[in-house]
Design a binder for this molecule. Structure first.
Ligand SMILES: [Zn+2]
Length: 361
């Protein structure tokens, strides 16, 4: 199977608009709004009109940390949080654990399942197996589907972004008929895959830090905060949370992250197979997003500020710390020098592809 990337022309990822020389600060929500208006305003307007009467269901296909949640959030920002429901199977399963601890919630869950679940093993057996080990892999596909259906029933008629399903090859066939199961019969279903270099995932993982108070994620190398500190003991720089409530709390890395993606190698390979398999399907529209584009083609395709910069730090004589911003060039999986795009610049081709699938058929 060839890589899906080969079926999508590079020109699809052009975000540069002729005659638009203004720079936008993509970290500012207000400027992001103007950015999207300037670059895909017409498509957004048409889609908003379409979403007044229609919705769709999208399946995210992407490796861990490829940005699925971030892109869903940006879509909510553009089209309204009341219009979109991002459902993460991981979150659902975590919530299932705590719901089963509460007699009231457990009763409500079992009542829903008694009405809607169809499967080879009994609800009680599935719940018991799950309680013993607490992992999603022990839940039968039919059980997970019913769990998702219940979540959708709680807020019907929204656009749905599903994250974490299909997760295995045998779940792909379930996904094909899922919209019938959830009574979204007339809605379009779409697979959206994210093509992202492993080097980017690796660096995202290695340099990731979070605020211990508000849990905001940042990156020492790829997404700095305005205030930076220096630890004399470890001779290392660290970020200070810029959330006003956190008063400059030192952001910390998670245990295990320093190992990078080698710790999840098997999962990455399965995700590759999954994406290729889905892209060989007929009859279902597919969208491919690219996190990175070749440096050689960048002049024509993107504006400078849409590429992710890399940050490094230096201590000045007066004790202050200077943040140095430089271009971040990363080799993609084929060894091609590439720029990794800021999230809003990945959402532009998402909106364009949605527009051609849903409106300009
Ligand atoms: Zn914080």
């Amino acid at each position: 199977m060839s890589h899906p990337r080969n079926d999508f022309p590079l020109s699809l990822y052009q975000t540069k608009v002729k005659g638009l020389s203004r720079k936008f600060d993509l970290m500012s929500p207000a400027e992001r709004h103007e950015y999207f208006e300037a670059k895909v305003g017409l498509e957004i307007k048409a889609l908003k009109e379409y979403f007044k009467k229609n919705s769709f269901i999208a399946y995210w296909l992407g490796k861990k940390n490829s940005g699925k949640g971030t892109y869903s959030k940006l879509m909510m920002e553009i089209f309204g949080a009341d219009k979109i429901n991002h459902i993460s199977i991981g979150d659902l399963v975590r919530r299932l654990s705590s719901d089963l601890d509460s007699p009231q919630k457990k009763a409500a869950l079992l009542e829903y399942f008694a009405e809607h679940y169809r499967g080879y093993i009994s609800i009680d057996d599935a719940v018991q197996a799950f309680l013993n080990r607490d992992t999603a892999s022990l839940l039968p596909n039919e059980f997970i589907l019913t769990l998702v259906k219940r979540e959708i029933d709680l807020s019907p008629k929204k656009i749905i972004f599903l994250d974490g399903f299909p997760r295995t090859l045998d779940q792909i066939s379930y996904a094909l008929y899922f919209r019938n199961l959830i009574d979204y019969r007339k809605d379009q279903d779409i697979f959206i895959a994210i093509d992202i270099p492993e080097n980017v995932l690796d660096e995202r993982m290695k340099y990731r830090v979070v605020c211990p108070i508000c849990q905001t994620p940042r990156s020492l190398k790829l997404l700095a905060t305005p205030e930076v500190g220096y630890d004399e003991k470890t001779k290392a720089f660290y970020l200070k949370c810029d959330n006003p409530g956190c008063q400059g709390t030192r952001m910390v890395s998670k245990e295990g992250d320093s190992l990078g993606i080698e710790s999840i190698r098997k999962r990455l390979e399965l995700d590759d197979v999954l994406i290729k398999k889905v892209f060989s399907l007929h009859g279902v529209p597919k969208i491919l997003l690219r996190n990175a584009i070749p440096v050689a083609a960048s002049q024509e395709l993107i504006d400078d500020y849409e590429a992710t910069p890399a940050y490094s730090y230096r201590r000045l004589a007066n004790g202050k710390i200077e943040t140095i911003e430089s271009p971040y060039i990363v080799q993609d999986d084929d060894g091609v020098d590439s720029y990794s795009l800021m999230a809003p610049a990945v959402v532009i081709p998402l909106i364009k592809q949605l527009y051609s699938i849903l409106i300009k058929k």
